[in-house]
Design a protein around this ligand. Structure first.
Ligand SMILES: Cc1cc2nc3c(=O)[nH]c(=O)nc-3n(C[C@H](O)[C@H](O)[C@H](O)COP(=O)(O)O)c2cc1C
Length: 221
């Protein structure tokens, strides 16, 4: 198989998306003859190259972090740049990987539906969507806390490299918890409101000069 991979994280090489893809691709490469090309959508000036790559691809994997229950703007821009390829004969198979910060998979179910529809509009065979929550900061976690997660992505890649399919059982297991159980969900809601929890995100906003704009609603009428 020849796989074309698009990493849609604005963090590019410093992203959790990259870390998960790395394990997936190690597994993918265990099947003899497999090759891949990986590009970063945050290199926005290379937009034309991305469209060409998609056009020439046999199998595509589009991986990105969940942003406000959907996708980063660079991913949306990439999808929109494919408009002229809608329904074209010979479009590649397409699979997706969506990883988010909150632990529950339910946050990604709407974008999953969107992605399935996108595949159909493009006329691509839809391979499926791998969903994994709780991924913020996986690069900084000790190895023993990520071993199982990375092994699962490796296995997913391995099976995909052999069959061109995402293993249904692994995809299901990775997506757990679909929802946090009642008490835990309540505790989480409280935790999210604390200054301690918010300071992580607030610091990022401040670093990017966006703290003062955090309640802006640019699309509100
Ligand atoms: C602007 C922004 C919006 C986000 N929105 C969500 C969200 O709606 N749900 C969620 O679970 N995580 C959300 N996250 C967290 C990211 O999905 C999570 O941190 C992810 O692991 C980042 O991956 P990356 O390092 O590959 O970019 C958001 C992060 C940012 C910066």
């Amino acid at each position: 198989m020849k796989l074309t991979v698009f990493n849609g994280s604005p963090r590019g090489k410093g992203s959790s998306t990259r870390v998960l893809l790395e394990h997936f691709l190690h597994g993918f490469m265990t099947a003899g003859g497999n090759t891949y090309e990986l590009v970063y959508l945050n290199r926005v000036r290379e937009g034309d190259k991305f469209v060409n790559l998609f056009q020439e691809a046999e199998h595509v994997l589009l991986a990105f972090p969940l942003y406000t229950d959907c996708m980063p703007a660079i991913v949306k821009a990439f999808i929109e740049s494919l408009e002229s390829l809608c329904g074209r004969e010979g479009n590649p198979d397409i699979g997706f990987m969506v990883q988010g910060g909150f632990p529950e998979a339910i946050h990604s179910r709407y974008v999953e539906k969107y992605l399935e529809k996108l595949a159909s509009r493009l006329g691509c065979r839809y391979v499926g969507t791998i969903i994994k929550g709780g991924c913020e900061g996986i690069r900084a976690r000790p190895a023993k806390r990520t071993r199982k997660l990375f092994e699962s992505f490796y296995q997913l890649g391995q099976i995909y490299g052999e069959t061109g399919l995402f293993d249904g059982e692994l995809v299901h297991t990775l997506a757990q918890p679909e929802r946090l159980p009642g008490l835990l969900a309540m505790l989480f809601k409280l935790l999210v409101k604390t200054r301690f929890f918010m300071s992580y995100w607030d610091n990022m906003l401040k670093e990017n000069d966006a703290y003062e704009k955090r309640f802006d609603k640019p699309y509100a009428r």
